[in-house]
Design a protein around this ligand. Sequence first.
Ligand code: SDX
Length: 431
Amino acid sequence: MTDKHFTLNDPESGESVQLAVHEPTVGPKVVDVTQLYGEHGVFTFDPGYAATASCESSITYIDGEAGVLMYRGYPIEQLAKQSTFTEVAYLLLHGELPTAAQLDEFDHSIRTHTMINESLLRFFNGFHHNAHPMAMVSGVVASMSAFYHDSTNIHDPHDRDVFAYRIIAKIPTIAAAAYKHSRGQPFVYPQNQLDYCSNLLHMFFAVPSDQYEVDPVAAEALDLLFILHADHEQNCSTSTVRLAGSSGTNPYSAIAAGMSALWGPAHGGANEAVINMLEEIGSADRIGLYVSKAKDRNDPFRLMGFGHRVYKSYDPRATIIRETCHRLLERLGHNDTPLFELALRLEEIALKDEYFVEKNLYPNVDFYSGIIYRALGIPKSMFTVMFAIARCVGWVTHWREMVADPGTRIGRPRQLYVGPTRRDYSPIGSR
Ligand code: SDX
């Protein structure tokens, strides 16, 4: 707490209210309103929480104006170039980059806990083959609480570690089981000798009838995408995990709640929506039509993959993915270049249009990611599941920070009530 204060003056009562200010290590200061209602009988009002700090956190920092993203202080550009998803997962979970021995031990823990209970596998037979993979994955993740309910004491740091490693290890297996079920193919068991992303690709694409060798270029591309998607401060799904977790619920259920929030097209579902949009646009000569639709306030159409609540300049993740796309499409020998070229042309046209410029609408992480997922042979119905696999590390990290914080209270916002004032019930005969 600082001795600095922020003064509010109430024009009605003439009262001036002094509110404490908390200083960050970097970024905006915060005005502490925790006593505002108790001492002054007023709430703050911030639908969508655009100007509300919901918690104190030391995990990820974003500067939306400068296009900065840091995990535990390390710039995303450096982690994308020099790290691996497993190392980034350790960094996010434990706050420091691991030594070689720590990384080996963490990697071994993950590799040797990738199998899921055979009963959990049978859940997939209950889904129709055309069930959306996000519905299957979020349902099965929530069901994990049925298998680990008694072995998860959220107040025990050891149990919190076990939960973290268990779900990070198993979520690719659950995702692969959903994919195989949707393809009508047999489930492929994880292989402990494979690294995280190679194992996922193997579970997705291996079939009993043929040999399957993981393409290291594909594994490297997936690892990069997972690093970029691992965490992103208090986004919608992470805030959902924190809010659900604040009731003390089973952590698997809190993660499943976050997964449901991620699925929305305004959030993690946008990567699937971008490809649908690009396929609908079809060719560069139709871009103008869709840009006009996006600008038309009477048209619900939005340019998917554009805009961001925090980034009012380039999303650094989009920059990294766009720069990687060209190289990967060439190395993967994939013919999706026309779709990528269409995306580049759309970005070029949109960023010259004053509507997008004045509203600071730039490509976000979802604009190009789907192009790489397609080049890896992953169907668009699985794109948000891929986002969820990576973001599970962030969700788990924020859940651990929230549960371990002695200051955590159950999340319970208030409201500006604009409904009817008190009135008496009238019998149906007199209505
Ligand atoms: C992710 O929070 C995170 O960190 C999320 C994420 C993460 O890593 O967790 O980064 C991942 O969710 C990225 C965002 C993916 N979603 C999309 O690409 C969907 C398209 N984008 C929009 O729906 C929108 O930009 C949001 C949801 C991303 C942000 O919405 P905001 O902050 O509530 O902004 P807004 O809706 O109030 O828009 C401000 C203005 C509005 O115009 P006016 O009413 O002021 O005239 O900009 C317009 C909007 O109509 N606008 C768009 C637009 N996005 C905003 N107009 C056309 N196309 C768009 N994409």
